[in-house]
Design a protein around this ligand. Structure first.
Ligand code: ISL
Ligand code: CA
Length: 562
């Protein structure tokens, strides 16, 4: 099957089903709810959705813990609903990629249940069970720590054995060394591709291969053992195997969530000849406001650092002909409004959100929009520990309760960084539950639904929503955005982000003021003859940029002037 690389022309909208739209008044979003909003997606102009997990799951990690890959979590609907959704989307020329969570399953998966109960079951080898150390095996097999601030080992009741989980206890890691596990994964892939799914967002795909020594590693502040479980020795081999045995037969795409990978490692996953993944989803730019990639340790945002990260990734991907994703939000990140130097001040909120949107959207790669981002939705109003829903946040609370030394440092950053911030119900209108549901939703609706909601945004011609529509249009019209080379125009400026996209088709300039002050900018006079494709202010000045001003400029072809 020929691969058309359609994903290079895609604008992908991420749906977190639990919080998108409730169709049957139980307070939980569902697939029928998504179907009822396809016209909204169409209006926005996106041409692909990424559906966060809808599979059957005990929801310890909101679906990133799957107990049955072939059925749907009941409150979300059933397989027929999913088929209907695929059909309706396709009729509207919108593709759909699903979340593929195969680094781990849920501990309620049949495979794990059998493995846990019976040491001699063949499923034992689907996971990692290792004997503990010391007298009575009371010590864990090694000192690794996982992503949710706890040991990666949980003991099997009344047994010397422990099982490995890089995430929560309810998310045991699959043993990819076992060929049978890989065959199971291929079966899942084919099942959904044959159903009409257009591709997969591959959850924590850089963790699937582990160094097999299972030795303790030098202790780290977080993620001790990561050199043994990130970008492991057989990662490339496993991905290539999935490609040759499955992906190559479908015109599908794969986007790998490449946690903890640097540019060099990421490139190796997407160089087309290697036949592994279509694109990567990296976090270097979302780590600019923390230290050591640890989100709990806050670091002041510096524009120069932000630009440097983008320049590095843009250059690397262009040169290796790989492909990147462009995003500023997802279900694991706090909202971008109020982040990356943008402002929550009502005077500047919209202006600065448009500015950030323009800046990331027109680079090379496939842009993603996380639900509500197009409305300028803001962080959840989290006040007490009881407000947390997310397993990661709850684990942090336990950690703080057990360790008074870390408490003062972590408390503030927990509220600031909790993943719950991005998971509040979608704000459709001003009604009591924001049009998400007619009953009290599973998570509290943000009070600001009264002035941040889809209904108002759609009506207002200069809203953020309508601005995103224009950005999407520009991407559709201008081939330079897809193919052009990226050139940083003023890497030294601490206030202005400016870059050029250039190809045989011409050039496009993006200039953004990341401050709330007027800034003198030489580039304005340099490009004064270029025409303005889009801006968040009405008339352009050729000397100064106004607070959070952003513009997209294009050099007209010579003959177009005549
Ligand atoms: O959000 C994070 C921690 O603060 C990230 O490190 C996150 O855990 C990492 O990006 C992996 O995320 C993905 O896999 C997790 C799941 O909880 C996330 O929602 C998912 O996006 C385990 O499946
Ligand atoms: Ca529902």
């Amino acid at each position: 099957m020929e691969h058309t690389n359609w994903y290079k022309d895609a604008v992908i909208y991420q749906i977190y089903p639990r919080s998108f739209k409730d169709s049957n008044d139980d307070g939980i979003g569902d697939i029928q709810g998504i179907i009822s909003k396809v016209d909204y997606l169409k209006k926005l102009g996106v041409n692909c959705i990424w559906l966060s997990p809808v599979y059957d799951s005990p929801q310890e990690d909101n679906g990133y813990d799957i107990s049955d890959y072939y059925s749907i979590y009941k409150p979300f609907g059933n397989i027929d609903d999913l088929k209907k959704l695929i059909g309706v989307l396709h009729e509207n020329d919108i593709r759909i990629i699903m979340d593929l969570v195969v680094n781990h399953t849920s501990f309620k998966h049949e495979w794990f249940k059998k493995a846990y109960e019976d040491k001699n079951s063949k499923y034992r080898n689907y996971y990692y069970f290792k004997k503990g150390k010391g007298k009575n095996y009371n010590k864990k097999p090694n000192n690794w720590t996982g992503f949710f601030s706890e040991s990666t080992w949980t003991r099997v009741d009344n047994s010397p054995y422990y099982y490995l989980h890089l995430f929560a206890k309810g998310q045991p890691d699959l043993n990819w060394e076992n060929k049978e596990v890989r065959e199971e994964v291929k079966k899942i892939l084919r099942y959904y591709l044959d159903m009409g799914i257009d591709g997969f967002r591959c959850d924590v795909i850089t963790l699937i291969s582990k160094k097999q020594d299972f030795k303790s590693r030098f202790p780290k502040v977080a993620l001790t053992g990561k050199d043994a479980f990130v970008n492991g020795p057989r990662l490339h081999e496993f991905l290539h195997e999935l490609y040759t045995d499955v992906y190559k037969d479908y015109d599908c795409m794969t986007v790998g969530e490449t946690v903890l990978s640097n540019v060099k490692e990421a490139k190796e996953l997407v160089i087309p000849d290697r036949e592994e993944l279509s694109m990567v989803f990296n976090f270097d730019h979302t780590n600019v406001d923390n230290y050591f990639g640890i989100k709990w340790i806050e670091r002041k945002f510096k524009l120069k650092r932000f630009k440097k990260v983008y320049a590095r990734w843009q250059k690397a991907m262009y040169e290796c002909k790989g492909w990147n994703s462009l995003f500023i939000e997802n279900h694991d990140q706090r909202r971008s409004t109020g982040r990356f130097n943008t402002s929550l001040d009502p005077k500047y909120k919209d202006l600065s959100s448009k500015m950030l949107a323009t800046t990331y959207f027109l680079m090379q790669g496939t842009p993603f929009i996380y639900q509500g981002q197009e409305l300028g939705m803001t962080n959840a109003d989290l006040k007490t520990y009881d407000d947390f829903e997310d397993v990661e946040s709850k684990n942090m609370v336990t950690l703080m309760q057990n360790n008074i030394f870390v408490r003062p440092i972590l408390k503030k950053s927990l509220f600031r960084q909790s993943r719950d911030n991005a998971r509040t119900p979608m704000q459709w209108d001003k009604s009591q539950y924001a049009g998400f549901s007619s009953v009290k939703p599973w998570m509290k609706v943000n009070e600001n639904k009264n002035y941040i909601n889809a209904e108002d945004e759609i009506k207002d011609p200069v809203s953020l929503f309508n601005y995103y529509k224009k950005l999407i249009d520009i991407r559709k019209k201008e081939a330079i955005i897809k193919d052009g080379k990226y050139i940083d125009l003023n890497s030294k400026s601490t206030k202005v982000f400016a870059y050029k996209r250039i190809s045989n088709n011409g050039e496009i300039i993006i200039i953004s003021n990341f401050t709330n002050k007027v800034v003198k900018e030489k580039l304005l006079s340099k490009y004064k003859d270029y025409c303005v494709l889009l801006s968040n202010y009405e008339n352009k000045d050729n000397i100064n940029l106004r607070p959070y001003e952003t513009m997209v400029l294009k050099k007209e072809k010579q003959n177009e002037h005549n």
